[in-house]
Ligand binder design. Structure first.
Ligand SMILES: CC(C)[C@H](C(=O)O)[C@@H](O)C(=O)O
Ligand code: SF4
Length: 476
């Protein structure tokens, strides 16, 4: 090429910019691309076998400084006793956590254990620490790694064998996914939240709608969301089958990151900012697929079945399975009839937490409902902050007092009842309104029946004892 000749630059999407910037070896007809990974997040459930493989093969971590570990799935939400005893649900959970401590020590990985003020759910603490940044490639042996895409990172879950590959090489073999624009025009109405937006999308395109694609959420409604809400949206990308979900970084992103422990500072910040500002999708760039969503017409959403695509506006009636055996089976499992309204349906437990909805903004919203109200008699309400930092912040704002005075349980950070492998779970047949992201059969305990919804809906249901549209209570 001639010196100084300018080749016309192809317009690129946010995803393409991040992908292209990390390709070590391009994809060929027979082989996936080799992709460089900037940040590897690790938790106790999907890392033990990977560490074992490394140990067996006499390998070390290629870049221990690019790894961060936390414990969250098997950790109890009940506090550690003054004598230091952690109330693990069983010996298996305890051993899994002990193994992570041992592995991180042996391989030199920074670990935020239960005694750390930085402990919490992996997808809550990465952003809080400022480790999650625009333009990075981020992986974790966990499907909800898509959460971090809210910062304009390319972030996705990987399997345990891939966890081992990244540990050993800091690279990953990946086929390039397709791009998918999710255009969300207009503004959400009062009482309609980011959770309703993402449930609305999954309801529209289905749980396989995003397969093979990376979403880019765009449009006025997305730009208006704060970072906590953007994370809620990106978190559930995987529930629509997408590989990842991304949102272009903007002033909201930069304001969130500025001053965070692991975010760049001084001249490094200025340099990073200059790179980040170049990331948003270029005008004229095209996507492989596209869907439009009108934010203003969205209602608070709730699931009625056993996957997150079985979702409907909270005031709607349970749809007829129309001959679909799986939908019929789902309604049977849920104990619901076609045509029935969910409003007024009795619920046993309300769970506010998980990597979808356990951040400070979620707790503030829930507190607006709990304030000066009581949890209905016979109802259990569990409020589980996503991290120590969220807990401290909530307590500084007096939110814990509001929850406790209402009669809700205020717990320690944990995945808690989202996955029921830590002692928090429903009894067989019990119903929960849960702010988590999965309503599969048995997800919250054997025989558990889950309605996924927003923190506002969950809190309103807690105070009424039955499924409630929070807008009926006023003031939200
Ligand atoms: C334990 C982990 C592998 C799992 C995941 O990948 O998502 C969990 O976090 C979940 O939410 O089901
Ligand atoms: S909170 Fe739930 S969805 Fe999120 S990482 Fe934990 S178990 Fe998975």
């Amino acid at each position: 090429m001639n010196e100084g000749a300018t080749s016309p630059q192809q317009p690129e999407t946010l995803f393409e910019k991040v992908w292209n910037g990390h390709v070590v070896k391009p994809q060929s007809a027979d082989n996936p691309a080799v992709l460089y990974i900037d940040l590897h997040l690790i938790h106790e459930v999907t890392s033990p076998q990977a560490f074992d493989v490394l140990r067996r093969r006499g390998l070390r971590l290629r870049r221990p400084d690019k790894c961060l570990a936390t414990m969250d799935h098997s950790t109890p939400s009940l506090p550690t006793s003054p004598s230091g005893r952690i109330p693990f649900v069983d010996a298996l959970a305890e051993a899994q956590v002990a193994k992570l401590v041992e592995n991180c020590r042996e391989f030199g990985v920074q670990l935020f254990d239960l005694s750390s003020s930085r402990n919490g759910i992996v997808h809550v603490i990465g952003p809080e620490l400022g480790a999650t940044q625009p333009g990075k490639t981020i992986v974790c042996g966990d499907s909800h790694t898509s959460t971090h895409g809210a910062f304009g990172a390319l972030a996705f879950g990987i399997g345990t064998s891939e966890v081992g590959h990244v540990m050993a090489t800091q690279c990953l073999l990946q086929y390039k996914p397709n791009t998918y624009a999710v255009n969300v025009q207009g503004r959400l109405a009062p009482g309609v939240t980011a959770k309703d937006l993402i449930l609305g999308l999954i309801g529209k395109i289905g749980i396989g709608g995003g397969t093979g694609h990376v979403f880019e959420y765009r449009g006025e409604a997305i730009e208006a969301l704060g970072m906590d809400e953007r994370m809620t949206v990106c978190n559930m990308s995987i529930e629509a089958g997408a590989r990842a979900g991304m949102i272009a970084p903007d002033e909201t992103t930069y304001a969130y990151l500025a001053g965070r422990e692991m975010a760049p500072s001084g001249a490094d910040w200025d340099a990073a900012l200059a790179c980040w500002r170049a990331l948003p999708t270029d005008p004229g760039a095209t996507f492989d697929a596209e869907v439009d969503l009108d934010a203003a017409s969205l209602e608070p959403m709730i699931t009625y079945g056993t996957h997150p695509g079985m979702t409907m506006p909270i005031r709607a009636h349970v749809p007829n399975p129309n001959g679909s055996p799986s939908e019929h089976k789902a309604l049977q499992y849920m104990g619901l009839e076609p045509g029935q309204q969910l409003l007024g349906h009795k619920v046993d437990v309300v769970f506010i937490g998980s990597c979808t909805n356990s951040r400070i903004q979620d707790l503030r919203q829930a507190a607006t409902v709990f304030k000066d109200r009581k949890v209905a008699s016979g109802m259990r309400a569990l409020i589980v902050p996503g991290s120590k930092e969220v807990k401290v912040q909530a307590e500084a704002e007096g939110l814990d007092r509001i929850f406790r005075e209402a009669g809700a349980e205020w717990r320690e950070p944990s995945c808690s009842m989202c996955i029921a492998m830590n002692g928090d779970q429903l009894s067989p047949g019990e119903y929960a309104v849960s702010t988590s992201n999965r309503n599969f059969e048995g997800r919250q305990g054997k025989g558990s029946r889950t309605f996924l919804a927003s923190p506002l809906t969950a809190a309103a249901t807690a105070v009424r004892g039955v499924i409630t549209d929070a807008r009926e209570l006023g003031g939200v």
